[in-house]
Design a protein around this ligand. Sequence first.
Ligand SMILES: NC(=O)c1ccc[n+]([C@@H]2O[C@H](COP(=O)([O-])OP(=O)(O)OC[C@H]3O[C@@H](n4cnc5c(N)ncnc54)[C@H](OP(=O)(O)O)[C@@H]3O)[C@@H](O)[C@H]2O)c1
Length: 250
Amino acid sequence: MTVGIAGERKAALVTGASRGIGAEVATRFAEAGWDLTISARSREPLDELAHLLGEKFGVRVAVAVADMADAEQLDALAAAHTEAFGRLDLLVLNAGMGQKGLIAELPVRRFDKLYQVNVRSAYVLLQALLPTLRSTAEVAGAAKVVAIASITGVHPEPELAAYGATKAALISLCETFNLEESEAGVSATTISPGYVNTDLSEWTKDKIPAEEMITVGDVATMVEAVSRLSRYAVLPGVVLTRPGTNLGRA
Ligand SMILES: NC(=O)c1ccc[n+]([C@@H]2O[C@H](COP(=O)([O-])OP(=O)(O)OC[C@H]3O[C@@H](n4cnc5c(N)ncnc54)[C@H](OP(=O)(O)O)[C@@H]3O)[C@@H](O)[C@H]2O)c1
């Protein structure tokens, strides 16, 4: 199916956009004049952000509430974006959950939930949005996917085995996606940061000061850079690590 390029402006879909990294990424792209679909589970912060960005930057911001653990809601999210904008220049697979726990102790149901939210959702969205990504690349030259993984998916970290395993799976999924799709102009990049100063890393801020963590702006800068690459440049992955002896550590 070929989807027509409805809008003049580029369009992005950002999951987990109600706060943290996703909210910063959405703000950067609105500022750059992109139309957006922003998604998360809670409507209120999304509505607030959509209103703010629309007023400030004069772009269209559609809100779509969806739980990453629910495949039907993900299909509806994908359909809502395509119906609203008819194009998808950038898909940011950012929504995710963390979980700390030793392999000896963490119940397998927690692993299953992490897998649904951090990996399965990416598979469902990639599949549902592929026709729109392909048709956008055909007309606009390229369409990019950026998935926010984690340094724990590249370098193992004690007590983050389940989380790290889901992020390693996400990286593998995106690498295979590139093998299958990049010749048609659609390619994926994983960004794998160490601790970023958001709510998700709150639990460790007594040991690692928030102001010494990677910033949401650092991650958004990498997403922006990826969005500017031509179809002939595929960036498989980027690791963002904290300085000094923390290199390669979360
Ligand atoms: N912060 C870090 O240290 C760090 C480091 C490496 C990688 N990451 C990754 O970066 C991504 C963003 O994390 P963050 O630090 O920005 O976290 P955050 O501040 O906790 O934000 C998470 C976002 O995802 C949404 N979300 C969470 N669970 C969801 C679900 N089941 N369905 C739909 N949306 C859901 C949240 O909104 P609702 O709660 O309203 O749904 C929120 O918008 C995650 O994939 C995370 O694994 C974070």
